[in-house]
Design a protein. Sequence first.
Lengths: 336, 336
Amino acid sequence: MPTLADVASRSGVSKGAVSSVLRNAPGQDGVSAETRQRILHVVRELGYRPHPLAASLRTRRTRTIGLVVGEPESFLRHPNQALMMGRLLKQASEMGYRVTLMDDAWQDSPDPRLLDGCAVLTWVPSAGIAQVERLAAEIPVVSLYSRIRGAVQVVMDEGTMLRRGMREGAAWLYGLGHRRIALVDVNHPKGPDTLRKDAFAEVAREQGILPELLCYADRWQERLYPTAAEIAQLDPPPTAAVALDDDYARALIAHLARRGLRVPEDVSVFSGNTQQDSFQTPPALTGLARDLTAQWGELMRRFIGLLGNDPAEEIVVPPAEFTLVVRESCAPPRAR
Amino acid sequence: MPTLADVASRSGVSKGAVSSVLRNAPGQDGVSAETRQRILHVVRELGYRPHPLAASLRTRRTRTIGLVVGEPESFLRHPNQALMMGRLLKQASEMGYRVTLMDDAWQDSPDPRLLDGCAVLTWVPSAGIAQVERLAAEIPVVSLYSRIRGAVQVVMDEGTMLRRGMREGAAWLYGLGHRRIALVDVNHPKGPDTLRKDAFAEVAREQGILPELLCYADRWQERLYPTAAEIAQLDPPPTAAVALDDDYARALIAHLARRGLRVPEDVSVFSGNTQQDSFQTPPALTGLARDLTAQWGELMRRFIGLLGNDPAEEIVVPPAEFTLVVRESCAPPRAR
DNA sequence: TTGAAAGCGCTACCAG
DNA sequence: CTGGTAGCGCTTTCAA
């Protein structure tokens, strides 16, 4: 593989000249246009590419960012997380950054000299916090969930969007005539969220209607939805149910089917977070959709933008907006 | 961050001595036991860690392996692939290797100087083949699916296992009394597979029974299963259906439910590749299960083992065995 | 047994 | 505007 020296000698200039031509704009290199062309020609001729390790050793920049995924198998088991990772990778790669994955089995803490920055995508178990903090002391680290000293916190205010979306969903379900609605919120480690419930209650108050709201909360991360079984057993059944996401909605629909209830004829099912592109299980789900590509792409963009400069306290990413997508799984309640 | 020179001066020896102590076994370094102890003490005291970039520049080994995932979002969308990646990562990490992800948007081909080896996890589009071949000329590359010149091919003979598993499934379904069975094979780009069908036909011949086998083939990779809808519309319905995997089985069950058919009361559904740990949608699926952790771990282990030595032609990985897991989704056919 | 020194390939500075 | 040069931190060889 050709080196800088090869290019230099072959084009009759010094190594410095070649290096400068390669990393500065046409005007900014201290080299005559003519020399520049000659050098560039030789570079192409030889198929020269700067040795990234050598460059990094010198510049202390690796153009590599680390993604902390904790226990990789459980992280990747959830499709939303796998997709998030894919999007972050794509964006980074587009911007010329490499991505390395880091699980939580680090013998020592990861070496900051290998990374320009690092994004922590999971809750970090308390045992690992110190490791990440040590890393954050050396390079920019961004954390999505865990609060880590020295790390940049991601602020997304998804709540506002979710609330807005849920209000839209509520208005729509109420509009169809539903008055007995089961709904599921996310049960976080620190306690259940009540955003969805609140939005439904709020809209009801505003419209002066008195729906019966049957509230549940489930852990999203683990993809085990015990409450779906409970909702399916309600007697009388709700006329509509608001599921956490498509996974939940499908589980619920299956539970309802076992009891002989059909969707949407007997019960309407609304997915609180639906994806256009997920695989086809009938009925097609009505619910709130959003395009997360932009959101995660933006996060990565901001993070990389931040790498050269002095670290910020937080990165504010505009959260993706939910839109109501009407497909098949909701209908007016059956007159009983 | 302390350097080798710091350690050397502080322990009153040369850099060479320190380096040797750090990378050779207690007897093998050319250093007295006493000096060794002193050096090691200073290393710990200073928290010294060799600079990986500097070491790599010298040794030409990076302890990093690349994973080619093609278009990351579509690759990671399929849970089996995401899980495979997680397992490979875990194994690599356990063996002290870092993993970097490579999508197909490489401006140039990936730089072989950054990688000790590379595993290609996807079908490589023809446009990318040349890039990968160039890489394979420099470092060991292993390819799971695409045949790539210069790359090590993975040989897994999953067919034998699948056939064996399917025979077991066939015997069991026949034993329950099913004689009208829909079954789905995988439709590869190069044409449909007939393994599942063949196994069922074979067992029927051996047992001297004459089942009605309704055969379909679908693309597995894309998670869009048009044949599930077709099977659900069969009239009369099959008494049992063998699905590709859990995804397919759930889609099929949903289609059947829309038609008013219940599983397993009206139709038995058998998952050709079920996971114990996937999320809970009733009915729990009966089918063939296997633990892929060992298989993918073994692949990574062999590949890494191969890195130092001269490249092999192929890596033979013992495929995981299928076992029949009986849960709820199959029952004897209803007397009509 | 130990130490000195020559690179790995590149960047960046500093004289000319 | 150009070319020489001093490292980045490590490994490895060779001489003492």
